[in-house]
Design a protein around this ligand. Structure first.
Ligand SMILES: Cc1cc2nc3c(=O)[nH]c(=O)nc-3n(C[C@H](O)[C@H](O)[C@H](O)COP(=O)(O)O)c2cc1C
Length: 279
């Protein structure tokens, strides 16, 4: 018989806030169900979770998960239940294998994988969604998160099934874990636009950006989270070889979700997601 979860550790990595927003909503929904929650943001992956049962929250990067999460999972030794909460910009099934690597690591470390919850949130890379669509995504996530909280509270499964295409694509894209630290060295600050607020230096999760002798320096530990360029108030940060995919500035999630329209790109996948279908 399944044991009801009494204490849950929510462990979150979020580059630009989408995953954090969903994780916070999950925390609230679990607390409403009488669960005691430890809420933690993952800073560098070296953290040790003291809770047995965990929800590990991350944004999908290149059909996989951020490198920092792999480090975090390697350090875990608790042997309880694990659920994943992930966010991504596209509802494509190619994202469905992103938890495969941590699942392997965690099973080896004695954990029982219960499944994952996947919410579509606006793109912080590649292209910008409209604020209306961002609001619709957030509205949808908020409607679905209570179901996740219910399942976690009851110790229930949330099965993951990745098609072969997702397995192949995510395996090929793992090269990104090698790419981001190299590409991070190519980041540049446009001196004409920069106002020296140093928000990028203060907020970089891996402390990869420094300001010395009047110059910004980018080290070797970039994980590609784009927190620096996304939040730059003057859009002054160029992000190397992936600059053509740069998205700048936070979304306004307070627009009318009902007025959101879908473009042609991945239209069917978004429709399927909003309709709540699993096919
Ligand atoms: C480096 C990078 C790679 C990404 N790769 C994917 C991807 O493969 N599939 C996808 O749907 N979204 C992808 N995204 C979009 C994010 O997963 C999405 O916007 C997510 O909600 C961001 O969460 P955060 O705000 O918590 O960082 C990528 C974003 C970044 C920065």
């Amino acid at each position: 018989m399944e044991q009801t979860a009494k204490r849950i550790g929510i462990w979150v990595f979020s580059g630009t806030g989408n995953t954090l927003k969903c994780a916070k909503a999950l925390e609230t929904a679990l607390i409403e169900r009488g669960v005691s929650v430890g809420f933690h943001e993952i800073a560098d992956g070296s953290e040790r979770a003291e809770e047995r049962d965990l929800v590990i929250c991350y944004p999908v990067y290149g059909f996989n998960l951020p490198r920092i999460l792999k480090t975090f999972c390697r350090n875990l030794r608790g042997g309880g239940n694990v659920w994943f909460l992930k966010t991504s910009g596209e509802p494509l099934r190619l994202n469905d294998n992103s938890s495969a690597e941590p699942i392997r690591i965690l099973r080896k470390n004695g954990y029982c994988i219960k499944g994952e919850f996947h919410y579509i949130m606006p793109y912080n890379m590649v292209f910008r969604h409209t604020d209306e669509l961002a609001s619709r995504m957030w509205e949808t996530a908020q409607k679905r998160i209570p179901d996740a909280a219910e399942r976690i509270t009851n110790g229930e499964d949330a099965p993951i099934a990745a098609p072969l295409s997702a397995k192949i694509v995510s395996a090929l894209c793992r090269i990104e874990h090698w790419f981001y630290p190299k590409n991070g060295r190519l980041f540049r600050v446009d001196p004409k636009k920069c106002v020296r607020c140093k928000k990028c230096v203060k907020n970089c999760p891996t402390k990869n950006i420094t300001f010395e002798n009047g110059k910004f320096r980018f080290g070797k530990s970039c994980i590609g989270c784009v927190r620096c360029s996304f939040n730059c108030p003057t859009d002054a940060i160029h992000i190397g070889l992936i600059d053509f995919m740069r998205v700048n500035g936070p979304y306004d999630f307070t627009r009318d979700p009902a007025s959101a329209t879908l473009g042609r790109y991945c239209r069917k996948s978004y429709e399927r997601y909003f309709a709540g279908r699993q096919d």
